[in-house]
Design a protein around this ligand. Structure first.
Ligand code: NAP
Length: 254
């Protein structure tokens, strides 16, 4: 049992659906006050209503500096401060390099990588005032550990998040703020469902635990990294993938 996180002020970017919603749900169930951030306000509001426990929604694009600053200011305004940033918002269009318009590369980097930098920078003044400042990034196994055709930009952005983290966590340590990353494998979300039944069946077959993960699996890892008990952990990664990265070949799964 982790020390209570009740009453803590939390931002979850990309919290209106998928993994972010799972993270928001886990924190809200622990009594934290969660600001759910996404570009589509109506979806964030529906999510906040569903989760309850003082959750509320705010519309911001994490790739935009002014909107990132507004997001941080809103959390402080609504909750009286900020303790935990879960920088989770991300996108994963699947396009081979041959067919990829350079603007798609910029969009993926802008959301997944620059978005992390902007969220952290915007939240830093408020996190410095917390006695338990925490940043939890949602990266991926794709990029840091594995590859998949069509995701060169995505994989680069997800690896880039870890490069960013390994320096940022040193800069933030002097403020007693930790920064860690969760690396999900394949997790059942609206975004993943869009990739189709065949993709999901093939993935399940390649995972030692033989199932796609659920969003709360990522939420629980984020909760641990945000807890008091994770006080001395910074700049680290937790892979939550049902063992997916481990088999050396198909034979290993037989
Ligand atoms: P999802 O279901 O597509 O949800 C994405 C969330 O991010 C939505 O709330 C979306 O809301 C928000 N968002 C997207 N772009 C944004 C922007 N520029 N500014 C603010 N919010 C934005 O995706 P997901 O599968 O849950 O993925 C969430 C994170 O987990 C991503 O970082 C992804 O890389 C990572 N991940 C996912 C999986 C997986 O299996 N699903 C595996 C590994 C890693 P709006 O569109 O309204 O803004």
């Amino acid at each position: 049992m982790l020390t209570s996180i009740s009453g803590r002020s939390v931002i979850v970017t990309g919290g209106s659906k998928g993994i972010g919603k799972g993270i928001a749900r886990v924190f809200a169930n622990q009594g934290a006050r969660v600001l759910i951030v996404s570009r589509t306000l109506a979806e964030g509001e529906a999510c906040a209503e569903e989760l309850g426990n003082g959750s509320s929604a705010f519309a911001a694009d994490v790739s935009d500096w002014d909107q990132s600053q507004a997001m941080a200011a809103e959390a402080v305004e609504r909750h009286g401060g900020l303790d935990i940033l879960c920088a989770n918002a991300g996108c994963f269009p699947q396009t081979n390099i041959e067919d990829m318009d350079p603007s798609e590369w910029d969009m993926v980097m802008g959301t997944n990588l620059k978005g992390n930098f902007l969220s952290v920078k915007a939240c830093l003044p408020a996190l410095k005032k917390s006695d338990q400042g925490r940043v939890v990034l949602t990266s991926s196994i794709t990029g840091p550990v594995t590859g998949f055709p069509g995701w060169s930009h995505y994989g680069a952005s997800k690896s880039g998040q870890l490069g960013f983290m390994r320096t940022a966590c040193i800069e933030l340590a002097k403020f007693n703020i930790t920064m860690n990353a969760v690396l999900p494998g394949n997790i059942s979300t609206e975004g993943l469902d869009d990739l189709g039944e065949d993709y999901i069946k093939t993935m399940e077959a390649s995972i030692p635990l033989k199932k796609i993960g659920v969003v709360e699996d990522i939420g629980n890892a984020a909760l641990f990294l945000a807890s008091k008990e994770a006080n001395y952990i910074t700049g680290q990664t937790i892979i939550v993938d049902g063992g997916q990265i481990l088999p050396e070949s198909l034979e290993a799964l037989e």
